[in-house]
Design a protein around this ligand. Structure first.
Ligand code: ADP
Ligand code: MG
Length: 568
């Protein structure tokens, strides 16, 4: 692609009595922009999105391969998780960034199905490109895709099965399906069961419907030990030791002060030099410092706190005084933990000791130091305002623990989604095949060229069972034909392929199912992404000077020349 340095000409409408006169062109874009238009722009956008889809496809399904992504600082991530891969990759192409956003929102809303969404989107775009080549207008394609996507939701609505939320086995199976294929495959039963307990522990049931905030489950990673040593702990764990050996190890009926400022003597802001001439002066200076530290501790004691969690540092002397007052203190508590604890205990994070009052204190039944996973950690239990639990993740190395975290996050989220929505659909390609068949029928009933788009949408969905099978070393085409025959001729609408043993079975009976939301959203957002990318026929990008020298990202087959980052 050649770089186009263009001048955009806009003709002022005839009604205008602009100084420049009628129909005079004015320059609205500076010369420092790059621009691609028409088919060229579409082609490049499609190529970028497609290449990302191809790169995650190999990770798809239980037998998908893992990827090792090396960041520009040399940091290594090993993952089977589509969205993680995309996030770790240094993606610059604007259309490719849209793909990443879709994966991220899929992750946020459903916790799973990210690879599916990206693979389907790539497949939809690939087919759209062919249709554009055959002079079908992008608007027509987009419309056909929209129709097909709506129809897909209808089919899913017919297939869905209502779950009994008291049935922990079903919830566990959903978690197992979500974790299958991740590095922690061996321990998935144990982990799934734990995930169900964790979600149920923080779930609020109000008038028969569940409300779950996954953030109430704190995930603490501790490399070492085996994955099966992962445990669920009631309360919030902080991987911190109490600051002073004279501080109590356990406090009951706690009043917790969350302090957002350092408990230290302020360093002078300016670089003033104090010249001390005699020992008395020196003593005064020290006394003054001591007094101000003592003063801080007194303020904390006077409001009635017996536990101090400080986001910043705590001076040695302050530690000493706090210990003397029988107050347990931890320092450098993470901001995210401070927020979590503020919510769970009802505390306010204090920004000034002078303004601190009793209402700022949070309550919990106990705070204790325990020896967990080879280190001393603080456990805050029985928080007054909200239930919270912690998952302490163990595993042979940082990489294992990281991937375990991703697997468990998916598991927690799909359990929560199921409790909230209560509907599941069969996995193992069954839902996709059923939609695919329905869409072919539907296409026959549509007039005009949208018909072709609907047909292509159905073909795009075939990529899911095909990739599942291919990645497991089966013949994707054969599997596809077999499943189609089962669905179309025999009406076996829940039949899919069990990747663990290669059997074609009813996926509901095989306990391979997923939340309806995951499937529905993956297809819908893939379609929306494709529609959006298709409708772009003009890419106008500001040129960033220093970016010129940066090498193009890996995921760019055709190359976008110097298309700069930050377009979106
Ligand atoms: P995603 O990021 O889209 O969730 P995954 O790599 O997690 O991608 O693969 C999910 C797919 O794997 C789903 O379609 C699910 O139905 C399927 N799946 C999970 N376990 C099995 C299994 N035992 N047999 C067949 N398919 C399975
Ligand atoms: Mg998954």
């Amino acid at each position: 692609m050649g770089k186009l340095f263009i001048e955009l000409l806009i003709f002022i409408g005839s009604g205008s009595d602009n100084m420049m006169g009628k129909n005079q062109p004015i320059l609205v874009l500076s010369e420092d922009v790059e621009r691609e238009q028409g088919k060229e722009a579409q082609k490049n956008n499609i190529a970028a999105a497609k290449s990302l889809a191809d790169s995650v496809k190999a990770t798809f399904g239980p037998k998908g391969m893992d990827k090792m992504v090396v960041g520009n600082m040399g940091d290594v991530t090993i993952t089977n998780d589509g969205v993680t891969m995309l996030k770790e990759m240094d993606i610059e192409h604007p259309a490719a960034k849209m793909v990443v956003e879709v994966a991220e929102s899929q992750e946020d809303e459903c916790g799973d199905g990210t690879t599916s969404a990206v693979v389907i989107a790539g497949e939809l775009l690939k087919r759209a490109e062919e249709m554009i080549e055959n002079d079908i207008h992008p608007t027509t394609i987009a419309k056909g895709y929209r129709l097909a996507s709506e129809r897909a939701s209808d089919v899913l609505a017919k297939m869905r099965v209502k779950v009994d939320t008291d049935d922990d086995d079903i919830l566990k199976n959903i978690a197992v399906t979500a974790m299958t294929g991740k590095a922690v495959d061996m321990d998935k039963d144990y982990l799934a069961e734990m995930a169900v307990r964790a979600v149920k522990a923080v779930a609020d049931e109000i008038d028969g419907s569940y409300h779950i905030d996954i953030d109430d489950i704190k995930v603490v990673k501790k490399a070492g030990g085996s994955v099966s040593a992962t445990e669920l702990v009631d309360g919030v764990i902080l991987d911190k030791e109490r600051l002073h050996e004279n501080m109590p190890r356990e406090i009951k009926d706690t009043k917790i002060a969350l302090i957002g400022i350092p408990l230290e003597v302020k360093e002078t802001e300016t670089n003033a030099e104090v010249t001390i001439t005699d020992t008395q002066q020196m003593q005064n200076f020290i006394d003054q410092e001591e007094r101000s530290i003592k003063d801080m501790v007194n303020k904390i004691k006077n409001v009635g706190a017996n536990v101090v969690l400080c986001q910043k540092g705590i001076d040695d002397l302050a530690q000493h005084y706090l210990a003397k007052e029988g107050i347990m203190a931890l320092r450098r508590v993470k901001k995210s933990d401070m927020k979590k604890l503020a919510r769970a205990t009802g505390a306010g994070i204090v920004a000034s000791l002078n303004d601190m009052c009793i209402d700022d204190l949070g309550k919990a039944e106990s705070v204790s130091e325990r020896f967990i996973a080879g280190s001393h950690m603080a456990v805050i239990q029985g928080t007054e305002e909200g239930k919270s639990v912690s998952l302490l993740l163990r595993g042979g190395s940082e990489h294992v623990v990281d991937e375990l975290e991703r697997a468990l996050e998916d598991a927690l989220k799909v359990i929560a989604v199921t409790l909230e929505d209560r509907y599941i659909v069969p996995g193992g390609g069954a839902a996709e095949i059923e939609i695919l068949c329905a869409l072919e029928d539907y296409a026959g009933k549509i007039e005009g060229r949208e018909q072709l788009a609907v047909k292509n949408f159905s073909k795009a969905l075939a990529s899911i069972p095909r990739a599942l099978a291919n990645n497991a070393g089966m013949d994707g085409m054969d599997v596809l034909m077999e499943l189609r025959a089962m669905h179309e001729k025999d009406g076996l609408k829940n039949h899919g392929v069990n990747i663990d043993n290669g059997e074609f079975k009813d996926m509901m009976e095989m306990n391979i199912y997923e939340p309806l939301r995951v499937k529905e959203q993956a297809i819908r957002s893939a379609s929306e992404l494709a529609e959006m990318v298709l409708m772009i026929d003009d890419v106008i990008a500001a040129k960033g000077g220093e970016d010129e020298e940066r090498s193009p990202p890996a995921a760019q087959p055709g190359g976008m020349g110097g298309m700069p980052p930050g377009m979106m």
